[in-house]
Design a protein around this ligand. Structure first.
Ligand SMILES: NC(=O)c1ccc[n+]([C@@H]2O[C@H](COP(=O)([O-])OP(=O)(O)OC[C@H]3O[C@@H](n4cnc5c(N)ncnc54)[C@H](O)[C@@H]3O)[C@@H](O)[C@H]2O)c1
Length: 254
């Protein structure tokens, strides 16, 4: 099997939809065995089916990233089925509600906290424990967002959670820099996925304004984030760690 992650084992959260599914398919195409984690069983199983149909290897495990036992089981599934965890893409996320801060609910804050921050922390915790036992360590990529680098109107809690993902990424990269474990983040701009579609459905005007604000005047595709994540997990990125990479058609340059 050839490819930039040939022979490696990858775990991907949120692998049942959007960016996560695209990344799973790219990992498999580039030669990795893939463990697809998602809270959505139907979506996760469909991703496995798509990978197998294309000749790749994948298994699905139901995983709620806000639950420590599920994050541990995700890692164990990879080890039992394929022998290691070489690459991890911690990508599961929720957008939550869109409103000004004083109107936002405590419930939405906790949802953002549990899935977007606690989930990344728990996944990294068990992945790193496993990678420390492996001769070649491993590489982790977390999905943050442009909203993890700048503030975003009406998305304060989401933006706070994504800033936290960048902080966790950079700090973990320093903790394990000498242990052959690299930790990076991708910061997507607006990407055509079911999540973005939900935001556009709620407010078509927001959608139009988002595209108009993009230097490239188009949305990104899920595969464009998947490509970046797989590259950062590959040995081609061997000197890159602690980086939060905008993949956003140039938006962060404005
Ligand atoms: N689409 C965008 O424009 C955009 C922009 C910036 C960042 N992001 C981030 O990219 C990531 C993927 O988003 P997407 O656009 O593909 O969204 P999506 O809604 O299409 O996919 C998200 C996936 O995460 C899963 N998920 C949700 N909660 C979970 C949980 N507790 N445990 C496990 N899985 C869970 C969902 O079931 C779904 O399959 C998210 O972290 C999101 O915040 C997306």
């Amino acid at each position: 099997m050839s490819g930039i992650v040939a022979g490696k084992v990858a775990v991907v959260t949120g692998g049942g939809s959007g960016i996560g599914r695209a990344a799973c398919e790219i990992f498999a195409r580039e030669g990795a065995s893939v463990v697809v984690g998602d809270i959505n069983i139907e979506g996760g199983e469909e991703t496995v089916r798509l990978i197998e149909q294309a000749g790749g290897k994948a298994v699905f495990v139901k995983c709620d990233v806000s639950q420590a036992a599920d994050c541990e089981a995700l890692v164990n599934t990879a080890v039992v089925n394929f022998g290691s965890v070489d690459c991890a893409f911690n990508n599961a996320g929720v957008e939550g509600e869109s409103c000004k801060l004083a109107d936002a609910s405590e419930e939405n804050f906790m949802l953002n906290y549990k899935v977007n921050i606690l989930g990344v922390f728990l996944c990294m915790k068990y992945q790193i424990k496993q990678m420390l036992q492996q001769e070649n360590g491993g590489a982790i990529v977390n999905t943050a967002s442009d909203a993890g680098l700048i503030g975003v109107k009406n998305l304060g809690q989401y933006s706070a959670a994504k800033h936290a993902v960048v902080g966790l990424t950079k700090s973990a990269a320093l903790d394990y820099a000498t242990k052959k474990i690299r930790v990076n983040a991708v910061c997507p701009g607006p990407i055509r996925t079911p999540m973005l579609q939900r935001i556009f459905d709620e407010s078509p005007k927001v959608g139009e304004a988002m595209i108009a604000a993009q230097p490239v005047k188009r949305l990104g595709e899920a595969s464009e984030i998947g490509d970046a994540a797989v590259y950062l997990c590959s040995d081609s990125a061997s000197y890159i760690t602690g980086h939060a990479l905008p993949v956003d058609g140039g938006y962060m340059a404005t």
